[in-house]
Design a protein around this ligand. Structure first.
Ligand code: GDP
Length: 189
């Protein structure tokens, strides 16, 4: 991908529709320490921002989407750029998909999860703005998400406001980053 850093360090990607709380999550997750934007792909709204975190790994911030991804013939592409990146990036270990805890999975998110499964990339679902739901409603929303995505996909409730879910999300990311490279690749250029 033009503009992407060399495929050297292990990477994780963060995806979610506009306004889901992605910037807030990135701030809560990373703060400012140890964070440097390494590069960005060309294009204004559809760009991927790459952050080098603690000199250890790369976090790819995927552009917000509003269209389906995957293989349906009439799809409005989320961007061949992003799809190609997810399909082929050898150093990518997993994708955290953000959904608003109040909205749950919509068709775009379901399509993206199916696409990630088809390209054998691990996924996690992060239910954002959890603080906007009461305890009972948040628990029910997370349980519904878990039933929907199945056991192989972790579901993490998250609030940038309270910090809830931050450690749990870090555990998921760390598991990917410390795990084996992507199947069928050697993590080399
Ligand atoms: P992005 O477009 O996905 O980057 O979303 P932002 O991070 O800019 O957040 C969109 C809106 O949701 C803003 O008004 C945020 O203040 C709000 N927001 C984001 N995260 C949270 C959260 O955890 N709790 C609450 N209550 N509001 C949030």
């Amino acid at each position: 991908m033009r503009g992407a850093p060399p495929a050297r360090l292990a990477e994780v990607a963060i995806a979610g529709r506009s306004n889901v709380g992605k910037s807030s999550l990135l701030n809560a997750l990373l703060g400012r320490r140890g964070l440097a934007r390494t590069s960005r792909t060309p294009g204004r709204t559809r760009q991927v921002n790459f952050f080098l975190v603690n000199e250890r790994f790369v976090l790819a911030d995927l552009p917000g989407y509003g269209f389906a991804v995957g293989s349906t013939a009439d799809r409005q592409s989320w961007g061949p750029l992003v799809e190609g990146f997810l399909r082929e990036r050898p150093t990518l270990r997993g994708v955290a998909l953000l959904v608003d805890a109040r909205r749950g999975l919509e068709s775009e998110e379901a399509d993206l999860l199916a696409f990630l499964d088809s390209v054998e990339l691990p996924a996690a679902v992060v239910a954002t703005k959890r603080d906007k739901l009461g305890r009972g409603a948040a628990g029910a929303a997370l349980a519904a998400l878990r039933r929907r995505v199945g056991d192989a996909t972790p579901v993490v409730g998250f609030s940038a406001r309270t910090g809830e879910g931050r450690d749990a999300l870090w555990r998921v990311l760390r598991g990917w980053l410390e795990g084996p490279p992507r199947a069928g690749t050697s993590d080399r250029l």
